[in-house]
Write a protein of this length. Structure first.
Lengths: 232, 134
């Protein structure tokens, strides 16, 4: 017996109820459950759809879909980091390395000048505020996006949420660090801080602006079903 | 001692310990899950998750049953490592995700199978010395 359209929709809801939030993960589980349910129903004609479904679900063990979701998160987390890494590398090759070293030099020289180090702290605060502004802009965009569409992919969620989270973390730490600046820091310290600031700026730029801009392209590449489902 | 407390026994158990259904000796098979998956994909071009569980059951005449909670994490791990590639097709009224070996996946399969052969040979020597030829 083949499951109906309604029963398939029912299974999507079932996975959602069991803490599988993302469409890509749900889809694989729904197909698996559907196959197993069909088999159960064939073997025992007296079973109801719900009974057959619960039998199939039990096979996932006491942790339910948790293991599957966790493994998927790990896999896509790796993928997301790889995307960031590849984009980051661009900034260390010609021609973009010119901009990268310019940013580095600005901060290095600023720290070398004999000015009140509070100015640098203020500059860091401004950078952090810009970061907060970009994060809030992105989160607005993501709210809008996820409101409009019912299907949310795991990587999509990462693209629109992870960057915000980690760049806030990076900048709040940098702000802390800038309070340690003395009036005449050592060369190593200046080098270290200027590198950190440069990396933080690049990271935020990539994760908050570049990656969300390329979202469609990245999602199509990761999910063969992405285009098809959205055109349905 | 049998613990009456169901919660304790539940959380003491590592989720990964539960790799195969109804197997007293599942620990022996646990490390082989990836090799089994890779080998199946090598001889079947592309397969979906449910098909893999059924195939293993069929090939081992029901002796070995992979649990769902272990299969998909293993597949996702192999995909993350770049050994598997995915394809999605509409089958009937639902979407189905197929897995197939990538180029490095094929190489890794050969490695893993060689390792497995080596392992079996060593165990043979240890467990059953009189049947070994050397």
């Amino acid at each position: 017996m083949k499951l109906t359209e309604t029963q398939i929709a029912e299974l999507y809801k079932f996975t959602r109820k069991h803490y599988v939030e993302h469409y890509d993960v749900q889809t694989e589980l729904v197909d698996h459950l559907a196959n197993d349910i069909e088999q159960n129903l064939e073997e025992n004609l007296n079973l109801s759809f719900e009974q057959a479904r619960d039998t199939s679900f039990k096979k996932f063990g006491v942790f339910g879909f948790m293991n599957v979701v966790e493994a998927k998160q790990k896999q896509l987390g790796k993928k997301y980091n790889k995307i960031i890494w590849n984009l980051m590398k661009e900034w260390f090759s010609i021609p973009k390395i010119i901009i990268t070293s310019a940013i580095f030099m600005i901060f290095y020289i600023l720290m070398s000048l004999n000015i009140n180090h509070n100015y640098l702290s203020i500059l860091m605060l401004i950078l952090a505020l810009v970061d907060v502004f970009l994060v809030s802009k992105l989160s607005k965009k993501s709210k809008q996006r996820f409101k409009e569409q019912s299907k949310k992919y795991l990587l999509e969620d990462m693209i629109f949420r992870m960057g915000a989270f980690s760049s806030i973390l990076v900048f709040s730490n940098l702000l802390q660090l800038s309070t340690f600046l003395k009036s005449s820091p050592s060369v190593y310290f200046k080098f270290f801080v200027a590198s950190l600031i440069t990396l933080a700026i690049l990271y935020s730029y990539i994760s908050l602006i570049i990656i969300p801009q390329r979202a469609e392209e990245l999602l199509e590449e990761t999910y063969p079903e992405y285009k098809r489902v959205n055109n349905l | 001692m049998n613990r009456p407390d169901i919660f304790l026994s539940r959380f003491n158990k590592q989720p990964n310990d539960y790799t195969f259904h109804n197997m007293g000796n599942q620990k022996l098979y646990k490390g082989s899950l990836q090799t089994i998956i890779l080998k199946l994909l090598e001889s079947n071009d592309k397969m979906y998750g449910y098909e893999i569980t059924q195939k293993v059951k069929e090939l081992t005449k029901g002796e070995l049953k992979i649990t769902e909670g272990a299969l998909y994490p293993a597949l996702h791990k192999l995909e993350a490592d770049g050994l598997l590639d995915v394809e999605v097709a509409k089958v009937g009224n639902r979407l189905r995700k197929y897995y197939k070996l990538t180029e490095s996946g094929s190489k890794e399969t050969a490695n893993k199978l060689a390792e497995m052969q080596e392992f079996l040979k060593t165990m043979q020597h240890l467990v059953n010395p009189k049947f070994s030829l050397e």
